[in-house]
Design a protein around this ligand. Structure first.
Ligand code: ADP
Ligand code: MG
Length: 267
């Protein structure tokens, strides 16, 4: 068996083509000048389903912007994030992340699933789940190092989770669970964050922390794509938005937040 790689390569440092212990995969550098996300004429269907979940979508998310995916339940927001995260293959169309095919710069992309998609009874502590955000750098069969643990602790503190870090995942509140998912995504130190409903049914404290984190990420030049069925609460936190309905791009409702009414996302 080959030896696992070093456990503490930072996301933005180290060798130009880090090699990952788990897959042996080499990551590629972003194409200079490419947007964080570029989707052209994307159609997607779930395996074994006839119904088309996404119809001919186009999307361009510039590097460093905060972009909202807005629409009611069933609109296709989660499906689009799954395609961008490489969890669902497009049926038609192209998807580029930093100018590369999905998966070619995996460690630069963090995906936060909808809270309801996880089994919160899975026996694992808060800290451990957040630490798994580091595995894209460490590899699943290597041991996280001091650097990985330090980042995990720093993120737990930032999200107000330090005190509950040794608790099991089902021993914390829904808002704390939502913060744990965000903490895991932050621990990855990714350049592009795909966040699925990070504000769904959360308490005021969590909402405030999440909003602050989105602002911090923007100041750091990260790119954030957030799916939400309720843009109202976060209006000031976005530069642009794509409105979806039944898997298609749709015109934003009258008076919707200006990121979309300037027409930049409707082609
Ligand atoms: P949203 O996140 O905007 O609520 P989704 O992306 O979850 O919407 O759903 C878009 C469409 O895809 C819906 O018609 C939904 O029923 C369907 N869908 C979502 N997840 C699955 C799945 N795992 N298998 C089959 N169909 C799915
Ligand atoms: Mg969804």
């Amino acid at each position: 068996m080959s030896q696992p790689q070093s456990t503490s390569t930072p996301a933005h440092g180290g060798s130009r083509h880090p090699r990952f212990a788990y897959s042996g995969r080499r990551e590629r550098d972003p194409v200079p000048g490419a947007p964080a996300v570029e989707v052209v004429d994307l159609t997607a269907t779930y395996p074994g389903e006839d119904r088309v979940a996404l119809h001919g979508l186009n999307l361009r998310v510039p590097t460093g912007s905060r972009y909202a995916l807005v629409g009611p339940n069933g609109a296709g927001k989660s499906t689009l994030l799954k395609v961008l995260a490489g969890l669902l293959q497009p049926r038609h169309g192209t998807v580029r992340i930093y100018g590369l095919p999905v998966g070619a710069c995996h460690h630069r992309v963090a995906y936060l699933p909808q809270r309801g998609e996880l089994d919160w009874h899975f026996p694992m502590t808060v800290e451990r789940l957040v630490l798994t955000g580091r595995y894209v750098h460490v590899g699943w069969f290597a041991r996280p190092g001091a650097h990985d643990r330090a980042i995990t602790l720093q993120v737990l503190r930032r999200l107000g989770l330090e005190e509950v870090r040794e608790r099991q995942l089902d021993q914390i509140s829904g808002g704390q669970q939502q913060r744990v998912l965000l903490a895991r995504a932050l621990a990855q130190e990714a350049d592009l964050l795909l966040l699925d409903e990070p504000l769904n049914a959360v308490d005021a404290e969590t909402r405030e922390i999440v909003a602050q984190v989105l602002d911090e990420l923007a100041r750091q030049g990260r790119t954030v794509l957030v799916a939400t069925h309720d843009i109202g609460r976060l209006e000031g936190s976005f530069d642009d938005a794509l409105y979806l309905s039944e898997g298609r791009e749709t015109v934003p409702p009258p008076g919707a937040f200006p990121g979309a009414t300037n027409g930049s996302s409707i082609r």
